[in-house]
Design a protein around this ligand. Structure first.
Ligand SMILES: Cc1cc2nc3c(=O)[nH]c(=O)nc-3n(C[C@H](O)[C@H](O)[C@H](O)COP(=O)(O)O)c2cc1C
Length: 199
């Protein structure tokens, strides 16, 4: 698959099944991720790869996170919701938590995050090129103090997302994407502020 097709064929696929990428393929995908532009070569990206049993083990943390959020909201966490949380990472054979660990550099923290966002997109596109489905998810877990603590994040660090990877089920309906940027192209602003005021 050429690069253009991998970019435009990428879709967020909610239901992903076995087989997921192999360890060698995961290494290839993360190699693509860390090929992203990165101002000042800060290398702020970190990846935590969940496969097999580790996905259900992390479910304990996701449940604790949801319980914490429910407590803060003054609501109980019912058993159905607790079960959903425990099973969250089982929605795909591989889940990669993409973290931004802010580096003590002159590069703005916003730009360090931008580099990790670009790495995440590379990961999604590379997965598409290898024939796998993917989805970038955030949700409550990406902002949860319980999950942040589990990853040992410092105050400025960011959970950029959870990338789910796996095989696209044969019966998945893929929406046709119109690759037309016209609605989002604006004219070059030739007028200076002085011109715009009419003086
Ligand atoms: C920062 C970010 C967070 C996202 N979080 C979620 C999420 O929590 N759950 C979800 O179903 N999709 C999530 N998505 C995927 C978007 O919903 C999806 O990209 C959008 O619907 C467009 O569909 P497409 O990716 O197939 O083009 C997220 C996307 C981004 C960029």
């Amino acid at each position: 698959m050429d690069a253009f097709d991998a970019i435009t064929d990428r879709r967020s696929i909610s239901r992903l099944v076995d087989p997921g990428p192999t360890p060698a393929e995961i290494a290839t995908l993360l190699g693509a991720a860390v090929s992203a532009p990165d101002h000042g070569k800060a290398r702020p990206w970190r990846f935590v790869v969940f496969t097999g049993e580790d996905r259900s083990r992390f479910g304990d943390i996701l449940e604790a996170s949801a319980r914490h959020l429910a407590e803060v909201a003054g609501e109980p966490l019912d058993e159905a919701r607790a079960d959903k949380e425990r099973r969250r990472f089982l929605r795909a054979p591989v889940v990669v938590a993409v973290l931004c660990r802010m580096q003590a550099r002159r590069v703005l923290q916003a730009e360090q995050r931008d580099a990790v966002v670009a790495a995440t997109q590379n990961l999604l596109v590379a997965a598409t090129a290898l024939g796998y489905g993917s989805i970038w998810r955030t949700g409550d877990a990406a902002n949860s103090p319980v999950v942040r603590e589990a990853f040992g994040l410092d105050a400025d660090d960011v959970i950029v997302g959870f990338v789910y990877l796996g095989t696209v089920p044969a019966d998945t309906a893929l929406e046709e994407r119109v690759v037309d940027p016209t609605p989002w192209i604006e004219p070059v602003p030739w007028a200076t502020p002085t011109d715009a005021s009419g003086s």
